[in-house]
Design a protein around this ligand. Structure first.
Ligand code: CA
Ligand code: CA
Length: 500
């Protein structure tokens, strides 16, 4: 046998082997995946020795809404609905173990309340869908604190609880045995360290001045929680110093007794302060920072109608204001000196005053010095005033020609302009409705109209500014969290009007 014959024989026997194999184990005539079935799913379990077969369902998600239950034993969809209660839950548990609870619409669901969600990674019941999901807000968690980035609820053991009915002591800080104070020797701040990095303020008012020095801490308020220090005069409600990193979420900060220099929250010394979903409630001066990184998110900074204070005062560092309101500060809204800034989707309204004697030195916004990176877009700057003899812009003033803004609304909302102008001569603005006009590409000399409610600066239907914002912006939501754009284009100012 020569080599050529041997090679041929080998090739032939290989072919025969292959044919024999495929004959004894023919290609399956059943399905292998759902797309092999028409309006059904493929039941293909290789281990059972059977070919894949098309069936109505493997799990209840495969069933139509009028026959929502999968009878997994028979792979058929059943029509009877469950009735809420023990029997309904038992039916769901036996027929659809993945959705073991009878929901309000007679369908078996994963959950009707968060106690049904046992997975740490999906601790919250979405009652609309009946499915467990990640947490998105602190109030969704039984512990009152959601790790927003991870979507999981923080464990109570990692938190320190404080309550006006609590008692300071060596072991205080649990939900049932909360501390009474932040600052006491055995109070809440003394418990922060290791994994305990967050203080929960339970419903009620803590009447205390707080100082946080070179510490990293988050303070989360339950619904109705407040910090209401009563200070004789000229002092600070919450003082943050020496490279501290502090986040305050869902807290109301208010003071009844106030002096000329009273400030709700002050931040100094390269510290980082974030306020989210927080209300500074009629404190003479709202926030003051010096070489600090300040972020304000979905928060209201609200001035006192009887005191001439400043809303936000920033010197150096950086400041980011998003989806927030700075309103009612008779001494002026926002003053920024020599800092980087972002102001986006904010309302700056009803600040300053035009009293001849005691009128304010500025109105809505005052920018001075060399400012670093900046964004100033989609804000509504309305109804801000200055002392009539001032020759600066009452809505915004930029003596150092340091502003570039677009898609903002500037208006006095029907009030007489008097002797002042709305916009400082050196402020560079474009693509904005500006009552009385202002030089700049795309500026509109027009007055937007707002919804009828007093001091509500959401746009009325048909208002100038709707659907005319210019492209090239990264802003995809408005002050309410509504997605932008709606309709043909985004709307100028803080508000995107919902299109039904
Ligand atoms: Ca629009
Ligand atoms: Ca809106």
């Amino acid at each position: 046998m020569n080599l050529r014959t041997l090679t041929l024989l080998c090739a032939c026997s290989s072919l025969l082997l292959l044919l024999a194999c495929s004959e004894s184990n023919p290609v399956s005539q059943g399905c292998t995946q759902a797309s092999d079935c028409t309006d059904q799913v493929c039941k293909n379990e290789p281990d059972d020795g059977l070919d894949g077969i098309c069936v109505d369902c493997l799990v209840s998600d495969d069933c139509p809404s009028d026959t929502p239950f999968c009878d997994v034993a028979n792979n058929s969809c059943l029509s009877p609905s469950c009735e809420q209660g023990a029997d309904g839950n038992a039916l769901c548990m036996s027929t659809t173990p993945d959705t073991p609870v009878c929901g309000p619409n007679g369908r078996c669901v994963e959950c009707v309340e968060s106690s049904h969600c046992s997975s740490e990674s999906e601790p919250v019941c979405d009652t609309e869908t009946g499915e467990c999901r990640q947490c998105e807000a602190h109030a969704e968690c039984a512990s009152s604190v959601c790790d927003i980035d991870g979507g999981t609820c923080r464990a109570e053991a990692d938190l320190v609880y404080v309550d006006d009915n609590g008692t300071d002591g060596a072991s205080c800080g649990t939900p049932l045995s909360p501390c009474a104070t932040f600052m006491g020797a055995d109070g809440a701040l003394a418990k922060v360290g290791r994994s305990r990095d967050t203080i929960v303020v339970q419903t009620g008012s803590i009447v205390e001045q707080v100082a946080i020095d070179s510490m990293q801490v988050t303070i989360v308020g339950q619904a109705g929680a407040a910090l209401t220090p009563q200070i004789p005069s000229d002092e600070i409600g919450i003082a943050i110093t020496d490279s501290a990193t502090v986040t305050i979420s869902g807290l109301r900060i208010s003071m009844d007794v106030q002096g000329d220099r009273t400030i709700a929250v002050a931040c100094n010394g390269n510290s980082t302060l974030t306020l989210e979903d927080t209300l500074i409630d009629r404190v003479k001066n709202g926030i003051s920072t010096n070489n600090c990184s300040l972020t304000l998110l979905r928060s209201d900074v609200r001035g006192s109608s009887s005191r001439q204070g400043t809303g936000i005062e920033v010197a150096g560092g950086e400041v980011a204001l998003h989806q927030s309101t700075i309103v009612g500060y008779l001494g002026g809204g926002i003053r920024i000196d020599s800092a980087s800034f972002e102001i986006v989707n904010c309302l700056i309204a009803n600040n300053g005053n035009d009293s001849t004697d005691l009128g304010s030195p500025f109105g809505g916004i005052h920018l001075t010095g060399t400012l670093g990176d900046q964004r100033f877009e989609f804000n509504t700057v309305a109804h801000n005033f200055i002392q009539p003899q001032q020759t600066i812009g009452s809505a915004i003033e930029c003596p150092d020609a340091n502003l570039n803004g677009s898609n903002n609304i500037f208006t006095l909302d029907g009030a007489p302009l008097g002797l002042s102008t709305l916009i400082g001569a050196n402020c560079s603005l474009r693509d904005s409705p500006i009552e009385g006009g202002h030089p700049g590409e795309g500026n509109i000399n027009d007055t937007p109209t707002f919804v009828p409610a007093a001091n509500d600066y959401h746009l009325a239907p048909g208002s100038p500014g709707i659907d005319v914002a210019v492209d090239g912006t990264q802003v995809t939501i408005d002050i309410d969290g509504d997605p932008r754009p709606q309709g043909a284009r985004s709307d100028m100012g803080m508000d995107e009007v919902l299109v039904q």
